[in-house]
Design a protein around this ligand. Structure first.
Ligand code: CAA
Length: 249
């Protein structure tokens, strides 16, 4: 496979940086998007620890909730490195609380960052992928999209929205050589999961048939496969990486 340009939103986070590492090891040039100044230093040390230098990765600052900022970011990536061939929509946050306590701010923050972001970034790269006749879009959903989760009406709604988006867009662009798929991780060993109250987290882990959290690399392996040439005939699917926590069919 020739060298492709990959963009990973939320690329400096727990799952995002594992995806960047895996895509770079696969031979792609990977751009990690981030929105919180200061979070890039951990990414740089993670990449260096994996033996990856500036020749295979780069950083791009930008808020995924801002459509125009994403347009500017994608143009800058095209100018500096080349047009985006692989997009992984991974940026995501939680604002967990029971629905009766949820504020409009908590609702909108999660919908904007986890769902509207997928429109904001995909819209910037889709024409180029279709024109060039090759593209991969991998959207990171969640086991809680389909299963629902106490305390996550906002997050479950956003992640379920990603699944609908994936299936609709997949139909529109498959004839242009562009595939659109989702991955639904279960509970992964990241700061997001570490932030769950300990007693609640222990209860959740006790329900996972695998008996443990996923490692970020276990999610990243699936992303790398869907982003490769090998997955050319897979589109509109949702791949579960959840240790048996929820089984769809
Ligand atoms: N089902 C039914 N009832 C539940 C429940 C559940 N899953 N969880 C809690 N309850 C009940 C409790 O037993 C309690 O009942 P009583 O009042 O009768 O005692 C009541 O609901 C209140 O529960 P809490 O004490 O937990 O309520 P809280 O307000 O202190 O906390 C919460 C609410 C912050 C949402 C907390 O429950 C929580 O953190 N839940 C976990 C949410 C979660 O899984 N987040 C995932 C984050 S990681 C991620 O999102 C990545 C991914 O994709 C998987």
């Amino acid at each position: 496979m020739d060298k492709k340009i990959a963009l990973v939103t939320g690329g400096v986070g727990g799952i995002g940086s594992a995806i960047c590492k895996m895509l770079a090891k696969q031979g792609n040039f990977v751009v990690a998007n981030y929105a919180i100044p200061g979070t890039e230093s951990k990414f740089l040390s993670n990449m260096a620890a994996a033996g990856l230098n500036g020749g295979s990765t780069a950083l791009a600052f930008g808020d995924v909730t801002d459509y125009d900022a994403m347009g500017e970011m994608v143009s800058a990536i095209a100018r500096d490195h080349g047009p985006v061939d692989i997009l992984v929509n991974c940026a995501g946050i939680t604002r967990d609380t029971t629905f009766r306590k949820m504020t409009p701010e908590q609702w909108h923050a999660v919908i904007d960052t986890n769902l509207t972001s997928v429109f904001n970034v995909t819209r910037q790269v889709i024409d180029g992928m279709c024109d060039r006749g090759w593209g991969r879009i991998v959207n990171i959903s969640s086991v809680n999209a389909v299963r629902g989760q106490f305390g996550q009406t906002n997050y479950s709604a956003a992640k379920a929205g990603i699944l609908g988006f994936t299936k609709a867009l997949a139909q529109e662009v498959v004839k242009k050589g562009v595939t659109v798929n989702a991955i639904s991780p279960g509970y992964v060993e990241t700061e997001m999961v570490a932030a769950i109250r300990e007693d609640v987290r222990k209860q959740i882990v006790a329900q996972i048939p695998a008996g443990r959290l996923a490692m970020p690399d276990e999610v990243a392996e699936s992303v790398a496969f869907l982003a490769s040439d090998k997955a050319a005939y897979i589109t509109g699917t949702n791949l579960s990486v959840n240790g048996g926590l929820h089984m769809y069919a």
